[in-house]
Design a protein around this ligand. Structure first.
Ligand code: AHG
Ligand code: MN
Ligand code: MN
Ligand code: MN
Length: 336
């Protein structure tokens, strides 16, 4: 009986978030409506990614974005879908996307109280070879007592109400935190619903995997070089860590969250602020890591304490298992 009950008691992401929101008596369902539109965008991108090769959706769009990157067709398509879905939710007032140089200010008649920062398609370099890619998003509350400006978005990550990512891999998995833990949902294509499959995700305190682009080793600073050296040639006689690097932040972070270990995109001589963007890559992933019992460090401070000055600002990032990040923090503080 209980197996049947389990099978028919479908915990969809919509139901899960409604339950969560019922704990906040003041909420009028706005967040649930916003989230349902983000979920719609993820379902659309999932379907586009799955048939990209067939639908001639791979390859370049012939434009470059503010990052100076050649935009892929899927970058542009995903961005358009998320912008439209978020505006149509009627719950957003400012949208910040990796693919748009300026923030989008929603027209007053469709304006709500949330600001969404997002990376519509993360891991674009992996699109054409079919390796996992994803979408990353973060949600801020905007004070509604004034005309919204960019300043309203330049908030530290610790102010985020919620953050999450959707990974388009062998299955489509959406990982979300609304500030009280982390939960994972898997898309059941036959239902078109995200079903709770990873309740209350906690990252192992210590891991056996490090994840970094070793191709940048020539340009790393001392502490990073020392840390990676220790991963390969442990001083305490323990066995070396394994290296796993997919090159899509969403996939590398998802593996780190579930298996433990550390993901690093350090500063290097060529890019003193590293590569990953603060608002829609570093903050959402750092938020999730802390909510799962891990931590996230920039080389100078707790990542969520950073106050961005520009929309597309970058920061070095070291995130993952609590004890693994402690080791890199010790190396950086010894370096001061
Ligand atoms: P995006 O495709 O959204 O521009 O992000 C790519 C990022 C991130 O997904 C990944 O961790 C990193 O680029 C990989 O960079 P390298 O290829 O320099 O290692
Ligand atoms: Mn990009
Ligand atoms: Mn990205
Ligand atoms: Mn991207």
């Amino acid at each position: 009986h209980s197996a049947d009950a389990q099978r028919t008691d479908l915990m969809t992401i919509t139901r899960f978030v409604l339950n969560e929101q019922s704990k906040h008596p003041e909420s009028r369902g706005d967040f649930s409506i916003l989230l349902s539109h983000i979920v719609l965008g993820c379902k659309f991108v999932c379907s586009a990614v799955n048939k990209a090769g067939l639908a001639k959706l791979i390859g370049l769009a012939g434009e470059t974005n503010v990052q100076g990157e050649e935009q892929k067709k899927l970058d542009v398509l995903s961005n358009d879908v998320f912008i439209k879905a978020l505006i149509s939710s009627g719950r957003t007032c400012i949208l910040v996307s990796e693919e748009d140089e300026e923030a989008t200010f929603v027209e007053p008649s469709k304006r709500g109280k949330y600001c969404v920062v997002f990376d519509p398609l993360d891991g674009s370099s992996n699109i054409d070879c079919g390796v996992s890619i994803g979408t990353i998003f973060g949600i801020y509350l905007i004070k509604e007592d004034h005309e919204p400006t960019v300043e309203d978005v330049l908030q530290p990550g610790k102010n985020m109400l919620a953050a999450g990512y959707c990974m388009y891999g062998s299955s489509c998995t959406l990982v979300l935190s609304t500030g009280s833990g982390v939960n994972g949902f898997t898309l059941d294509p036959s239902l078109g619903e995200f079903i709770l499959t990873h309740p209350d995700i906690k990252i192992p305190k210590k891991g056996k995997i490090y994840s970094v682009n070793e191709g940048n080793a020539k340009n790393w600073d001392g502490p990073t070089t020392m840390y990676v050296e220790n991963c390969k040639y442990p001083k305490d006689g323990s066995s070396p860590k394994s290296l796993r690097y997919i090159g899509s932040m969403v996939a590398d972070v998802h593996r780190t969250l579930l298996y433990g270990g550390i993901f690093l995109y350090p500063a290097d001589k060529k890019s003193p602020n590293g590569k990953l963007r603060v608002l829609y890559e570093v903050f959402p992933m750092s938020f999730l890591m802390e909510q799962a019992g891990g931590q996230a460090f920039t080389g100078n401070q707790r990542a969520l304490d950073l106050v961005p000055k520009k929309l597309h600002e970058r920061s070095p990032i070291f995130l993952g298992s609590y004890e693994d990040v402690e080791e890199i923090k010790a190396l950086y503080s010894a370096d001061e």
